[in-house]
Design a protein around this ligand. Structure first.
Ligand code: BT5
Length: 237
């Protein structure tokens, strides 16, 4: 995988989108610091004050056009969980693709595309070395790998572990889609069978029992009238 590194950048996702056509499939754009890192719906992704300690990376992906791009974030979340396993951490996936440890967010994943792109960009922000003070400033509960392992984490080693796993099964995943990761993904989900509320957009919410993740990676919700509703995208509150 080709890597492109910046000391400082506004947002690796924005750079990857703006320069998409220049790069080959599976190029990684990463940076020591982001000044305008963002999540979904214009939300901020908080960075550490110290450079180079956390992972801010975006992947340029140009798979065949029949691939469901939202499943790629799920593929990446499974790979990230496997990397965390190597550090002795047991993370959960909060559908569709947040990664949490004991209910605290350690990693965010953001897939984006524009009509001009023959593919998409998937950005990951991973808290590798954050102080508790920095985490306390985030408006939702968060954690960092260094605090969980009581040791400093080498960002480049973490990224290398990720890339090795990403490449290993990428072609199989592209061919088979979500089915290829279904089992590994579902075993990381800890809310199945529970009542949850999902924000479908900024104003609409829906409640129900989380029944299952179907073979396309979508969430199946049982509503109060026992009817099932398939949720393609949204955010569990
Ligand atoms: C995400 O958005 O979780 C996706 C974040 C993706 C960030 C990467 S960094 C590299 C690439 N370049 C970018 O500009 N972005 C990507 P969302 O689901 O909208 O969650 C955002 C919310 O997570 C915020 O509103 C906070 O509540 C919380 N948050 C912000 N920074 C955090 C952090 N460092 N650790 C844990 N939670 C955080």
């Amino acid at each position: 995988m080709k890597k492109v590194f910046f000391e400082e950048i506004t947002s690796t996702n924005d750079y990857a989108k703006d320069n998409f056509s220049q790069f080959e499939d599976k190029t990684i754009i990463y940076a020591n610091n982001q000044t305008q890192g963002h999540g979904r719906l214009g939300r901020t992704w908080s960075s550490s004050k110290q450079n180079g300690l956390n992972l801010y990376a975006s992947f340029i992906l140009k798979p065949p056009t029949n691939c469901e791009y939202r499943n790629f974030t799920q593929y990446i979340s499974v790979i990230l969980c496997e990397v965390f396993d190597e550090y002795g951490i047991k993370p959960n996936i909060k559908w569709p693709n947040d990664i949490l440890v004991n209910g605290l967010k350690i990693c965010g994943i953001l897939a984006e595309r524009t009509s001009l792109m023959n593919g998409f960009v998937v950005g990951i922000g991973v808290n590798l070395n954050m102080t508790q003070e920095e985490l306390n400033k985030i408006d939702k509960p968060a954690t960092s790998l260094n605090l969980l392992t009581s040791s400093n984490i080498d960002r480049d080693i973490f990224l290398e572990k990720f890339c090795t796993k990403f490449k290993k099964n990428y072609d199989k995943f592209v061919n088979q889609g979500f089915r290829f990761i279904e089992e590994d993904y579902i075993k990381r989900i800890d809310f199945l069978g529970k009542e949850i509320e999902i924000s479908l957009n900024k104003t609409e919410k829906i409640k129900g029992i989380a029944k299952n993740i179907n073979s396309d990676g979508e969430l199946v919700l049982e509503l109060s009238d026992k009817k099932e509703k398939v949720i393609i995208s949204g955010e569990i509150n």
